[in-house]
Design a protein around this ligand. Sequence first.
Ligand SMILES: O=C(O)CCC(=O)C(=O)O
Ligand SMILES: [Fe+2]
Length: 328
Amino acid sequence: MKHKTSPLNGDFGIMIEGVSRQDLLDPVFQREAFDLRTKHGGLLAVRGPELADTSPEELLTWSEVFGAVEYEGMTAREDKMVKGFPILRIGNIRDEEGNLKASLARVPQLRTDDDIRYNPETRRPVWHTDSTFREHPPIGSVFHCKQAPDEGGETLFADMRTAYTRLDSVTKAKLDGLEAVCSLAHHDKKINKYSPDYPILTPEQRAANPPNRVPVVLKHPVSGEPALYGLNSSTCAILPKGEDIAQDVLDIADLEGDEHESVQILRGLLPTITGPDYTVKWTWQPGDIVSWDNRCTIHSATGYEYEKYSREMWRLTLLDRAQATAAE
Ligand SMILES: O=C(O)CCC(=O)C(=O)O
Ligand SMILES: [Fe+2]
């Protein structure tokens, strides 16, 4: 690679600097960037003076390097999408009438870097893997910054490959045999409990969205390396592989929003695996493009002064190419 590269935290995460818009379209650069991301635990940032002007087409081409871009949901959220593209805006920007043009979820701002570590009392930051409740969870995302707040709005990433590697062999063997039960109904009810405007699923929707099960230790299909996997707000129980979930456990999870105590086997690790040895705090500059791999990283948003600063991010979701083809 002829560009300057800087590791972000040991062997987790890598940044390539001096990247041009043309580089994003160059197959040789693309290949090298893909390999660098794999080697560095599934987290890659590119930065360069002209990247703030990256077009939707260029971003789409760049995203296809890392997976099959998802087009579903485009029409449902049209006002929050870059017109005509599978690109979701995230942030607090509004149109002339004052309507939000981006998907906004308010979360606390980091006060100090100590706040990066998961706090079991507040259950924040909301560290997660995206959408494991889906039958084919997305394999990653590409996130591009158009406008950044002067302070805050960082995205946090944690290294689930190292998190697994550093476990003792007894814990490893125990986790290897487990599956996370991930339910959309549970996820929505949990959010609804602290944010009552958030809708919960109707009984019909619940029936149409049964929980999805994912391994708690996922072997990465490209690198072959195992990583901890499957923890987010939809994770309602953790069970031995193949063991049925009792209907009453699922009902309590979906209808009351209460997580089964078995989830603690993963959640209990969070304070350790979101400590400084495992994490990257990415502070956005306009133009930055970060690509993360959901199969070996977890991430979290952080807040900023929502009335004072503007944040505009463009997000593409990546699917496994095999599944994306099968669905066509
Ligand atoms: O806004 C952020 O920094 C991260 C949001 C997030 O979790 C996501 O896009 O999946
Ligand atoms: Fe996310």
